[in-house]
Ligand binder design. Structure first.
Ligand SMILES: CC(C)(COP(=O)(O)OP(=O)(O)OC[C@H]1O[C@@H](n2cnc3c(N)ncnc32)[C@H](O)[C@@H]1OP(=O)(O)O)[C@@H](O)C(=O)NCCC(=O)NCCS
Length: 160
């Protein structure tokens, strides 16, 4: 496969569709229950968040990621963790390093903004997502039972 190019995005033109297609083959395909694309777009509009797309041949979007400081309400504590809210790669392009490149772009932004940690949580039964974060140096830091409306969440931290 040709190398994917990673670029920053300000508008969610293809984001929603890519995430929906990435999750369509998972147990978490009910995105409307746990993700607001409208809020994510608002976070980009307010410049608080960051998002990237991975493209092939300039305009074929095959993956996306969105991240934002965990919370501004918690002052330094909330600003010091960049939280990945969503990441997805189209099923036919997975396991070729595209997800890793998207994570790398988020981590670069964190370093530039002197944010020391990246945090993400996911379903601990999702072997693919868990394997993915472990592969890229994310440390499993705990499972919270009943965190999600239908089960536990596993938290991962990467110290940059
Ligand atoms: C998670 C996701 C973004 C990874 O994208 P990707 O482009 O495949 O990522 P990479 O190619 O950089 O890394 C793949 C790694 O993930 C892990 N992985 C992938 N599929 C796996 C599986 N079935 N079982 C265990 N680990 C798996 C492996 O560590 C793999 O590395 P390897 O191919 O060298 O073994 C992609 O699988 C996806 O979109 N999944 C659906 C949406 C999702 O679950 N998002 C994350 C939820 S928080």
């Amino acid at each position: 496969m040709q190398k994917a190019t990673i670029t920053s995005i300000q508008k969610f033109d293809r984001f929603t569709e890519i995430i929906q297609r990435a999750f369509s083959v998972t147990d978490d395909a009910d995105l409307a229950e746990w993700y607001s694309f409208e809020e994510a777009q608002r976070s980009l509009d307010s410049k608080k968040a960051t998002a990237f797309k991975a493209t092939l041949n300039k305009d074929l979007v095959i993956g996306v990621v969105h991240a934002q400081p965990e919370s501004f309400i918690f002052g330094r504590e909330g600003r010091n963790k960049l939280q990945i809210t969503n990441i997805g790669v189209l099923p036919q392009y997975q396991r070729r390093g595209v997800g890793g490149k998207l994570l790398g772009a988020v981590e670069k932004v964190a370093r530039q903004k002197q944010i020391p940690k990246v945090i993400v949580h996911t379903n601990p039964d999702d072997r693919r997502a868990v394997g993915f974060y472990l592969k890229y140096g994310y440390k499993p830091v705990g499972i919270i039972e009943d965190y999600y409306y239908r089960g536990p969440a596993q938290f991962f931290l990467k110290f940059l």
